[in-house]
Design a protein around this ligand. Structure first.
Ligand SMILES: *[C@@H]1O[C@H](CO)[C@@H](O)[C@H](O)[C@H]1NC(C)=O
Ligand SMILES: *[C@@H]1O[C@H](CO)[C@@H](O)[C@H](O)[C@H]1NC(C)=O
Length: 307
């Protein structure tokens, strides 16, 4: 009888401790009832308390990665998942975060050289001296374009099923509303799927940067989720496994850096702006009209010359 009680107590304790895990962050340490999880970003203290019902803010993740790299801990936790996998350390720095996990608008990577970032923590100005750089506000990233390359499949991917399938997958795995997936395009020869995730301008709750960052890790290195379960969305009858991803960020306001500096990085991080597109279209429209006018004017003379 006594041993039975003991057994039940032990089973209960094991069960309870097995429950205390952070699903959305494999590096978290969890303890207590109720279960509380922390992410270590410095040698002192328990770390940042996490809400494991949702994705961890990218700013905290980057801090944790920098800390782990500095202390010789793995940021991948096992080997290369595919031969195409590579480390994307190029874009990483030790960010300054707000208490709620948002990036501070001005980032310096612990140096005297600073720059301004968007809400995804991506640089959107040139770098400059600590005192001369001013970042008035954190500019919101309202659109991410995910360019995903999938591995060869046994049968064709149905492009008509793509938008809903990707929307569902993004909702289930990254907690982003599937209806924000407003455009998908598919190039079967290049095995490229382009996904536009666009949130309403006024939306300040959805954080596209977390979803994009988790997805980058899913595809390029290893999932950040506990258990490292792979991202394998199903499109029709086909399960897709991805081998590469490029993320493009679109901000609410145009970036102010010189484009030349942008091309240096390992990952193409390009910040485009809707306004610029609109302006571009206008320019194109007028240029065409002008060309047509010129064409119509010159044509008769050319005809004369030909005769
Ligand atoms: C954790 O995140 C979920 C999902 O966003 C939210 O509903 C919940 O209120 C959060 N919990 C805490 C303690 O902040
Ligand atoms: C930030 O600093 C670390 C070294 O402390 C360096 O490895 C990294 O490349 C820097 N990142 C940027 C974006 O400057």
């Amino acid at each position: 009888m006594k041993s039975l009680v003991l057994l039940i107590v032990v089973a209960f304790a094991v069960g309870a401790s097995a429950q205390c895990l952070c699903n959305t962050m494999k590096w978290a340490t969890c303890d207590g009832t109720p279960c509380q999880c922390y992410l270590k970003v410095a040698s002192d203290g328990l770390g940042i308390p996490l809400n494991c019902s949702t994705l961890v803010p990218k700013c905290f993740l980057m801090k944790a990665e920098m800390y782990r790299a500095k202390t010789g801990q793995s940021t991948r936790s096992s080997g290369k998942p595919t031969e195409h996998a590579f480390v994307d350390n190029d874009g990483i720095y030790d960010p300054d975060c707000e208490a709620n996990g948002r990036f501070k608008a001005k980032q310096c990577n612990n140096t005297n050289e600073c720059w301004c970032v968007n809400s995804a923590g991506v640089r959107r100005t040139d770098k400059g001296d600590k005192d001369s750089i001013k970042c008035d506000e954190l500019v919101e990233t309202i659109w991410v374009r995910l360019q995903l390359k999938h591995k060869p499949t046994t049968s064709a991917v149905d492009p008509a099923a793509l938008k809903k399938a990707i929307g569902d997958a993004i909702h289930d795995r990254y907690f982003v509303d599937g209806k924000f997936v407003n455009n998908t395009q598919y190039d079967p020869d290049a095995r490229l799927i382009m996904v536009d995730v666009v949130k309403p301008k006024a939306d300040r709750t959805t954080d596209l940067s977390r979803a994009a960052y988790y997805m980058e890790k899913d595809v390029k290195i290893l999932p950040l989720f506990t258990g490292e379960k792979k991202f394998l969305p199903t499109v029709g009858s086909q399960t897709l496994d991805f081998e590469d991803i490029v993320v493009y960020y679109v901000d609410e306001k145009p970036p102010t850096f010189t484009m030349k500096r942008l091309t240096g990085g390992l990952i193409a991080v390009i910040v485009v702006v809707i306004l610029a597109v609109a302006a571009g279209l206008l320019v194109l429209f007028f240029a065409r009209r002008r060309d047509r006018a010129r064409y119509e004017k010159t044509q008769p003379r050319e005809m004369d010359e030909m005769q």
